[in-house]
Design a protein around this ligand. Structure first.
Ligand code: MLT
Length: 202
């Protein structure tokens, strides 16, 4: 997959894995990684799907309606890529923490829903429920930060709560941070995610 890799100064720090939103690129979230964990190695991926020229991590049939078959295929593709990248760059595969926004939060959420050891933790900015009606892997001790907007037209507060409940039922420890805002990523949400990261991983 097209990506950026930054070696990082601190090989013990979590590897930050970045997933952009629809229409973004692997460069979009690099400042977030630098800000939240400056010493970390960084793997920033570009989604392999194009929707009218806009990169995404999986296909959708309409806004908010995911192509489930493609989601499953792309989730495996990303997980396999992370496995290979760990070997190639000598990274600890059990020390990967995702940061994703919107479509990128949804593929990171899908990794959690499908693979028990894909992520050590995750910061999900404005995620949705990636799939319904499946059993989740054991996510005991996997910390998840969810940033959500009370007026998010793409992801309703009810869907945020549903995602939180599903993750908690699988054993994850979930923190929801609410913004009085819509789908955009705000400064205060990024600050809250950074505080949560420092409390959780340092
Ligand atoms: C998605 O398709 O993943 C969500 O609707 C978020 C987005 O607009 O990308």
């Amino acid at each position: 997959m097209k990506h950026v890799f930054i070696k990082g100064m601190d090989s013990e720090a979590p590897v930050i894995v970045l997933f952009h939103g629809t229409g973004g690129t692997e460069r979009d979230l690099l400042p977030l990684a630098r800000e939240i964990s400056p010493g970390s190695p960084v793997l920033s991926l570009r989604g392999n799907v194009l929707e009218n020229g806009m990169p995404r991590f999986f296909r959708r049939l309409a806004e908010g309606v995911f192509d489930e078959e493609d989601l499953i295929f792309r989730t495996k593709e990303v997980n396999d890529f992370l496995d290979q990248a760990a070997v190639e760059h000598g990274l600890d595969r059990h020390n990967f923490v995702a940061i994703g926004y919107s479509n990128g939060a949804n593929i990171a959420g899908s990794l959690l829903f499908h693979y028990p050891d894909a992520l050590r933790g995750a910061i999900l900015h404005h995620p949705m429920v990636p799939r319904r009606g499946i059993g989740l892997p054991d996510l005991t001790d996997v910390p998840v930060f969810i940033g959500a907007g009370m007026n998010d037209p793409i992801c309703s507060p009810e869907e945020t709560e549903e995602l939180s409940t599903l993750l908690k039922e699988a054993g994850a420890s979930v923190t929801i941070h609410w913004e009085r805002a819509g789908h955009q990523l705000t400064r205060t949400e990024v600050d809250a995610a950074a505080d949560w990261y420092h409390e959780t991983f340092e």
